[in-house]
Design a protein around this ligand. Structure first.
Ligand SMILES: *Cc1c(COP(=O)(O)O)cnc(C)c1O
Length: 358
């Protein structure tokens, strides 16, 4: 096909992009994408199969996913006074928020480095993107944040709490000051809520310009694609207009409902992963050739010696373990690699692969 039409009609900012890619993990221990490695207990799995057997695939799903919303409220400590909106992954929630607020010339502000989809969705929806550098230790540069907010008057501020790809929790008071200084909406993205032991949900009644977003992906249901946001009913009402009518399919609704009835199993897995994380972190901290950043997530970001990241990444891969090379992103992530926390034996395999590769 002639590429002329592409060149003429596809928006130039889209032509300039590359599609999202994930590494090929065939025959490798997969520690690259913040997935929960643990299997379901046999009786729980059987109960799930029974549950999905009765799903009506010929019918459209419940457009509001009311049963699932009820369950989420109970299990995820959703404050009574806020409304919920569900998305096909929290990625879709980011898209919904951007579509609703992307007036011509509007700005989306986040930090650098941040979750890459914030910038992507800003581009897709025609918003200006501003990324404010974090400090060298990846804490918030509050002064710089406040002056950039003053300068750019962003319609949306996105902050992941804890942050991906750095893993740390920002200072709570700093985040409050950012919310107070923001003219528009501030979205607190709590994708790692299960591992963090911290949340801004308690501030939902204090700040009418804040919403909190979460996902069930990182707790072990990434394949189902479900995210949820909590916020003042006035915001949720607007976002609900932009949402596709049947965005949560019936298998996801039935499966997440069932999983939440069995949330104890997931809580146990999460607690185990936190113990595994702390053990792996301690072991990595004893290695003088790398520097580990503190983490409240299910991954560890670490810095290699200058210019060594690609070689070490390849060495670990040759030893059968796939992690993520973030050094290719450049900037503050140059020389950085990221490992997702796995089962004990997977982490041990990673540790010895790392040791051999340094
Ligand atoms: C993984 C992640 C998401 C996306 O989660 P999905 O619900 O799987 O789309 C959003 N924000 C952050 C910070 C993440 O790390």
């Amino acid at each position: 096909m002639s590429t002329d039409r592409i060149a003429q009609y596809v928006r130039p900012e889209i032509q300039a992009l590359k599609a999202y890619q994930v590494g090929n993990a065939d025959n490798l221990i997969k520690l690259d994408n913040m997935e929960n490695p643990y299997d379901w207990e046999e009786p729980v799995k059987n109960g799930w199969l029974e549950r999905v057997q009765s799903a009506s695939l010929n019918r459209y799903p419940d457009p509001e996913a009311s049963e699932l919303q009820k369950q989420l409220r109970q299990v995820m400590s959703v404050p009574d006074e806020v409304d919920l909106l569900l998305g096909n992954g929290s990625d879709e929630l980011i898209q919904i928020i951007c579509m609703a607020l992307a007036k011509p010339g509007a700005t989306l502000l986040s930090v650098t480095p941040a979750f890459v989809m914030y910038k992507m969705l800003a581009i897709f929806t025609g918003m200006k993107y501003v990324g404010v550098d974090l400090n060298d230790d990846f804490s918030l540069n509050l002064e710089l944040m406040l002056s950039e907010i003053e300068e750019t008057q962003p319609a949306i501020v996105f902050l992941a709490y804890p942050n991906n790809p750095t893993g740390n929790l920002f200072n709570e008071q700093d985040v409050c000051k950012i919310i107070e200084a923001s003219p528009g909406l501030v979205v607190i993205d709590e994708a790692y809520y299960a591992f963090a032991d911290a949340s801004f949900a308690k501030y939902l009644s204090r700040y009418e310009n804040m919403i909190v977003m979460r996902t069930v992906s990182k707790m072990g249901l990434a394949g189902l694609r479900l995210g949820y946001m909590m916020g003042n009913p006035c915001w949720i009402n607007e976002f609900n207009k932009v949402r596709m009518p049947f965005n949560i399919n019936c298998l996801t609704q039935a499966s997440v409902e069932y999983a939440l009835e069995n949330v104890e199993m997931f809580n146990k897995q999460t607690q185990q992963l936190c113990r595994n994380r702390d053990e792996l972190y301690d072991a990595m901290q004893k290695m003088p050739a790398i520097q580990c950043y503190p983490t409240k997530t299910n991954f560890i970001l670490f810095r290699t010696e200058v210019g060594q990241a690609a070689r070490i990444f390849d060495g670990i891969k040759k030893a059968g373990v796939l992690i993520k090379n973030l050094s290719v992103n450049g900037g503050a992530l140059t020389d950085c690699l990221r490992v997702t926390i796995g089962k004990e034996d997977q982490n041990a395999a990673f540790l010895s692969a790392l040791q051999e590769s340094l």
